[in-house]
Ligand binder design. Sequence first.
Ligand SMILES: [Fe+2]
Ligand SMILES: [Fe+2]
Length: 228
Amino acid sequence: MAFLLKLNAIKKELELLRGLIEETQSIHQKDGISDQDILIPLDDLLDSIAPVKARINEWLEDKQSLIEELEFLTEGFRREYGAVLDYKQFASLVKNPELKERLAAYGREEAHHANQLTELIFKHGGTPEYIFAVSREKDGWGPEQYLDYFIDQEKEAARFYQSGEEKFQDAKFRWLLGEIKTEEKEHLKELQKLKDEFLKKEIVITMDPDFKWVDPFMGEPGDRAWIE
Ligand SMILES: [Fe+2]
Ligand SMILES: [Fe+2]
C-alpha cells in the first residue's frame, strides 16, 4: 500500500509540476528570457511528464477507490485526534465538575472514533498519522468561544462523514461513517443545548485563569490504541 500511496502522491506532484512549467513558459517572453539552454530542457521536461502520468494512471486505475478510502480515513483520523485534544484542553480549563466530565466524555467518544478509523486504516494497509501543530489561536478564549468552536467542529464533522457516505460504495465502510456521523450530530445537539443553558446563565462556566496548556494530550491508557 505504501507504494500505491507514493505513486499516487507522484501523480499529484506531476500535475503540479506540469502547471508550473506551463506557467513559466507563458511568462518567459514577457520577462525577456530567450536563453535556449534553459527553455529547451523545460520543454523536454514537460514532454516527459505526460507519458509517465498516463502510465501511472493506468497502473492505479483499479486501485483508485482503495486510495481514496484511505485518504478519507486518514483525514478523518486527523480530525478526530484534533477533537480529542481540543476537548481535553477545554475540560482541563473548566472547573465545573459536571461539565468537566461531559467534555471528557466527548473526548473519549472522539478517541473511540479515532480508534475505529485506525482499525480501518490498518486494514487498508495504511498508517495513521497525526502531526502536532502548536496553535496559539485559542489563547484567551472564554467558554462561549470554545462552545461556538466545538459547535462548528461538530457540524463540520457530520458534514465530512456525510460526504463519505455519499462518495463511497463499500457497505461496511459506509455503515461506519454513518454511525460516526450520527454520534457527531448527537454531540452537536448536546453542545447547542449546553450553549443555550450557558447563555441563559443557568450554567456559569468557571475557567481556571492560571491553567497553562503545555503538553499535547498523551491520553489515558487505551485511548490511543494505534500506538499502544
Ligand atoms: Fe468524532
Ligand atoms: Fe464529535
